[in-house]
Ligand binder design. Structure first.
Ligand code: NAD
Length: 255
């Protein structure tokens, strides 16, 4: 017997959907029956992923998550195309090259904060009034295991993700009265373009082996791991879960 998808009839805006974890989340959401607006700044990648998905279920929206006007336009595009909006996944994010904290240029610090934190403000400002009016909605924010467990050399990135986790919990408390849930996912290092930066600039077998040793389940996260967790948190199965940071880290935070 086939079951309906977890997200059948739902519509999601997913940021950074053109690559890495965002692409994995998008594919999982489509598999679970959702419509997806792919909110992505890289036109080529965003369009490529959208083109690989069923036309009636996926729409590429070319935009920058640091621009609040783009959030208003994304919501409008979503409503025009799919007739609704139920879920926002704040996934787009960047990392600085791992290294001693005072050697990270201030411009990198600013870029990290601007892209990893500020879009949470914009998404709340642009989307929450709509969610509150319809009395339901879900935000899933991609934080990092470095938020609850910061370690040397990725300090500014961890700080930005600490803000993502704290903001998620605060908004969860504030938006609950409107039937809106907010949760964060905390991935460990994942198989994406970020690996080289997290390893200090170069993706080497030695670097990977060192990090791998500290992950009890013995591998990096995959886009599918994060897609699975995001689909659960966005679904009705998680209807009584709000304000959590869900580690998807192979046990890394235990060490
Ligand atoms: N890869 C990891 O090891 C890891 C671990 C923990 C958390 N995360 C988090 O997961 C999220 C996704 O990371 P990833 O590894 O898939 O990265 P990635 O670099 O592979 O993909 C990020 C995507 O976001 C897009 N993007 C960047 N800035 C944007 C903007 N201003 N507006 C719209 N789109 C923008 C990029 O074009 C890209 O398609 C990030 O928030 C990251 O911090 C990643």
């Amino acid at each position: 017997m086939s079951h309906p998808g977890r997200l059948e009839g739902k519509t999601a805006i997913i940021t950074g959907a053109g690559l890495g974890l965002g692409e994995g989340i998008t594919r999982k959401f489509i598999d679970e029956g959702a419509n997806v607006l792919l909110f992505e700044v890289n036109k080529e990648n965003g369009q490529k992923v959208a083109d690989s998905l069923p036309k009636e279920k996926a729409l590429f929206f070319s935009g920058d998550v640091t621009d609040q006007d783009h959030w208003h336009e994304a919501l409008k595009a979503c409503l025009d195309q799919f007739g609704g909006c139920d879920i926002v996944v704040n996934n787009a994010g960047v990392v600085h090259r791992a290294g001693p904290s005072f050697e990270v240029p201030k411009s990198e610090y600013d870029r990290i904060m601007n892209i990893n934190v500020t879009p949470l403000y914009h998404s709340a400002a642009a989307i929450q009034p709509f969610f509150a009016k319809q009395k339901h909605g879900v935000f899933v924010n991609i934080s990092s295991i470095s938020a609850p467990r910061p370690r040397p050399n990725l300090v500014w990135y961890a700080g930005s993700k600490g803000a993502v986790s704290a903001i998620t919990k605060g908004l969860a408390a504030e938006f609950a009265k409107d039937g809106v849930r907010c949760n964060a996912i905390c991935p460990v290092i994942a198989e994406t373009g970020m690996v080289a930066s997290v390893l200090g600039g170069t993706d080497t077998q030695d670097g990977r082996a060192t990090v791998m040793k500290a992950i009890p389940l013995g591998r990096f996260a995959t886009p599918a791991d994060i897609g699975n967790a995001a689909a659960f948190l966005a679904s009705e199965e998680a209807s009584f879960i709000t304000g959590i940071e869900l580690p998807v880290d192979g046990g890394r935070a235990l060490q």
